[in-house]
Design a protein. Sequence first.
Lengths: 244, 220
Amino acid sequence: MAGEVIEGTASESRVVVVAEMTAGSGGAGSGDAGHGGVAILLTLAAVVAASIGFMAAMTSSSANSSWQSALRSEVKRSAAAMEDVRYVYGAELPLAVRIIQARTVQAEMLAAAQGQSGPTKAALLLEANVQGQIVTALDSTAGLATNTDYALSSGGLDLGKALAAERAQNPQLVSLDPDGLEAAGDKLAHKALLLTAALIPTSGAAFLAVLAQPFKRRRTLLLRIGGLALAGGAVMGLAVQVLV
Amino acid sequence: MIAPDSAAGLRAERRFDLVAAVLIGVIAVLAAILALVEMSAGQTASRASLQAAKVEADLSARISVSAEATNAVLTARQTAIVLAMEAIAREQAGIQYSDPTSTAIGAAEQSAYTKLDSILVETGATTGGKPVDPYTAGLLGATPADLKSELAEQNHQVDLANAAGFQEQLAVLGLSFLALAGVLTGLAAVLREGRSGRISLTAACVMSVAAGVLAVWAFI
């Protein structure tokens, strides 16, 4: 009868109560062993839970850090693209358009002058000369309009090539990959969640260990199941840490 | 000599111990569940919040870049239109004042406008074309429909962050209740079976139930 739980139906009798109390005190040795098992399982559960919690918190922090990096990278990438586009379209293109306009007007004035004579021809040639001087004056300052790599056969400009060349000056800004960083953060977050899920069997082990204290008759069974749950939680945590 | 109510007293004490033990176990399990819910909700809130900021940055870049490119090409074509208007004005003035020189210059400018506009249309068509990298090309080619869709996604992420933040708060509140329940259970274990002990244990039970309700609420 050592270590047995007191049964309610038998406790009304003074004799039985005396017998059970005597049995309880007589089984002190095995009771201490049971208490030791409970204490050990609870301690182990606490240690495993703390370890898993620490790993989960660190992994979650890494996930958050990766997401933050993704945002920073996105801002950096978009700022670089905006600056390059602003330079090509805002600073270079207006000057290039003015040069193209002057060239076109000059060519048309010269063509028109071919069929004219006298003062009209002179005025057309004068106007062509004015436009030619504009082209000469601006040519040295407008790389977009003078670089033959960007010239189209029609006299226009290949803005795609010009922008790509501008962007290629800072390849590290073009190769920024915020989406990749975000995906890495997602993976770490998933890992942190799985690690946290390993706390559930671990807490189940603590639950069973605590239950083993009042349920003396089932103490061994509860401690064994608790041990298995604890092992399951620990293995799950380790597996997630190593494999995921 | 054992009093007649000794057995009843022992049973009550046993029941008290049992309730306290079960409560401690429930607190441990609920703490794990709430930690999982809190972690999940916290991560969802953080990610959605950062995603909203990321989409906002992208949206801002798309608006800025596409507007810059479109405006630059349109402004260039406006320059050509001004040339055409000047050409027409010169031709009209030449006719009005019988000045063939002005008419000839106007005609040449008119012809220049036609060619210039054609050149500018062709130039504008190269915007975002190869070999521009796909990201920049995407910014340049953003349409109002794209921007509207991205704005809806940004709003969705903000809503998601708010909802997940609320879930996280529920989980934290649940954990706070659990901590209180733990303290009350410990107090009950010290006070043992008696009026004060029973009150502590009952309060701990109520706190644990509240934490359980919050865990379910946060999970849903």
